[in-house]
Design a protein around this ligand. Sequence first.
Ligand SMILES: [Zn+2]
Ligand SMILES: [Zn+2]
Length: 211
Amino acid sequence: MIHEILPVGMLACNCSILGDEATREAIIIDPGDEVERVEDVLKKHNLVARYIIATHAHIDHVGGIARLHRVTGAPVLMHESDLPLYENVAAQAAWLGIAPPEVVTVDQFLSDGDALRWGSRVLEVLATPGHSPGSVSLHLLGPECRIFSGDTLFQGSIGRTDLWGGSYLEILRSIKDKLLQFPETTPVFPGHGPPTTIGAEREDNPFLKQL
Ligand SMILES: [Zn+2]
Ligand SMILES: [Zn+2]
């Protein structure tokens, strides 16, 4: 499998591009607003975009999804509970003091347990609300098992819950019920910062001590 990680935008959101070598199909998780760099990776590996997936609708993750949709034609997917956040992305831009991005119609809403297929790969959707109402994590099935935790779980930390619709109790419940169920060796790729594992977070993450 091809897995490229690009820290994109001024908040360094980790964009992951997962490509299937056999079919040359790819999914793009959280492209941020650096569409050209995503396009360069697709070109470098001769990949066609199959899905554009947002773990949640904060502007650092979704700023470029409209443009990426326009240049690739790939459908845009997110959880319906974050649609109000996405539709108000201009307010998020004003909050950060940046120009409002172009907005696109969401093609498909993600629900807990959905299976997204591209090439021979399957990505399972895990609803992990708390950082935002529609935050999801994504679980790549099979021997290359890994989790994309968005802004729900970071190395040594968890996502902030003081933004629109956040809930501290909910994010802890999501982490406990959905993420800590995975084996200790499971790699985790957070929305910001370095990768980690479920075991390392269970052991060292101060926010998870109370779980
Ligand atoms: Zn966020
Ligand atoms: Zn973020």
